[in-house]
Design a protein around this ligand. Structure first.
Ligand code: FMN
Length: 186
């Protein structure tokens, strides 16, 4: 299949997740184009499937991703698509956090008008060593709220790489199913 991956990142964890997906997809023989949503605008037209990934910062997805999805919603709604939401909240099972996550995701999808085939909530990372004091302070508070690590002398990666790889399998199944239903109806 022809797969397009579009991502929005600040500290690089979402890009890392997308790189793993790109490598897995290539190993499975798929053709992959990958782009930062803030880079050149690559239309989703002509792709069999699209993966769009964004991290959450201050309870919002990346503006570049929001613009991209809004602009291409019509084509995206006619293409198999996964939305990958990357956050610290997804690292743990704090019910309040998941309620917030659900609201943030629903708001994003209703604002942009996109109806992805499925949404995946993926845990991101805390890179205390890369933050200035202000970001460290913010992240410590978010971490405390979400039962994550508040010791700022270390970095923490919460991403479940097994879950990330299963996203590709889900996409492959969805594409296969859509091709076989096309055959039945033609
Ligand atoms: C300044 C800042 C604000 C953040 N705000 C949130 C937030 O509101 N909710 C959340 O669940 N995670 C939040 N996070 C955690 C990020 O989603 C997490 O670190 C993620 O791995 C970042 O991905 P990226 O490197 O692709 O940007 C925040 C992180 C930073 C640095």
């Amino acid at each position: 299949m022809k797969l397009l991956i579009i991502y929005g990142t600040v500290e690089g964890q979402t890009r890392k997740i997308c790189e793993v997906l790109r490598n897995e997809a290539k190993l499975s023989g798929h053709t992959v184009s990958m782009n930062d949503a803030s880079g050149p605008n690559l239309s989703p037209f002509g792709f069999d499937a699209v993966i769009i990934a964004s991290s959450i910062h201050h309870e919002k997805y990346q503006t570049s991703v929001e613009h991209y999805v809004h602009e291409h919603a019509k084509i995206l709604n006619n293409t198999i698509g996964a939305f990958i939401s990357v956050s610290l909240t997804a690292a743990n099972d704090v019910p309040e956090g998941w309620k917030e996550l659900d609201i943030i995701t629903k708001d994003f999808l209703s604002k942009t008008g996109w109806h992805p085939t499925f949404v995946e909530q993926v845990a991101g990372a805390i890179r205390y060593s890369k933050y200035n004091w202000f970001k460290k302070y913010i992240l410590r508070n978010i971490a405390a709220k979400n039962d994550a690590q508040t010791n700022t002398s270390e970095d923490y990666e919460y991403t479940d790489w097994g879950q990330v790889k299963r996203i590709l399998t889900k996409i492959e199944h969805a594409v296969k199913e859509s091709h076989s239903s096309e055959k039945v109806s033609s």
